[in-house]
Design a protein around this ligand. Structure first.
Ligand SMILES: [Mg+2]
Length: 169
């Protein structure tokens, strides 16, 4: 039952993904959460983020930021990295993911999602039919309402890791 929250891949950071490999596998569009996935919560785009998006463009990949945050947060970030964006996405609603694919001209098979939260980011991406990569949150210090969610995430991740071990043994 917890499987509906399992990511396809769990990594430390969005900056350690092998994007060349994804491209070689036919991925043409990347969907990113912003806060705690690309930068600390509320932080502007830094050099690392700008460089990553420049590299993705060089690889010939489309990108779209998908955030539950409002336009004043999302637009400046998107402009700094040169990406399409969707604000107020209401993740885990699938609508934002579908709209993002429309904007990028990609489909479920050619799009990958990257984000740091299981119950919004990953749950929504899975229901939208996307391959999804969960990353560890950049800043572990979080607001109290997120702390409870993280506790529940731990329970799911523990069961996910056990399932991965069973598959590999
Ligand atoms: Mg996030």
């Amino acid at each position: 039952m917890l499987q509906m929250f399992y990511p396809d891949l769990y990594l430390d950071s969005a900056y350690e993904i092998h994007y060349e490999e994804l491209r070689a596998r036919g991925v043409r569009g990347l969907l990113f959460d912003i806060d705690n996935t690309l930068v600390m919560h509320g932080a502007p785009a830094d050099d690392k983020a700008v460089e990553l998006f420049a590299k993705l463009k060089e690889l010939g990949m489309e990108t779209c930021l998908i955030s539950n945050n409002k336009e004043p947060r999302v637009r400046p970030f998107a402009e700094a990295v040169g990406s399409r964006f969707i604000q107020d996405a209401h993740k885990p609603s699938v609508k934002g993911y579908q709209r993002a694919m429309q904007l990028m001209g990609t489909d479920e098979k050619s799009t990958v999602f990257i984000g740091d939260q299981l119950f919004t980011d990953i749950y929504g991406a899975k229901r939208a039919g996307l391959y999804c990569i969960l990353t560890k949150p950049i800043d572990p210090r979080e607001e109290i309402q997120i702390v409870l969610k993280r506790y529940l995430e731990k329970i799911v991740l523990c069961s996910y890791k056990k399932a991965c071990k069973r598959k590999n043994s």
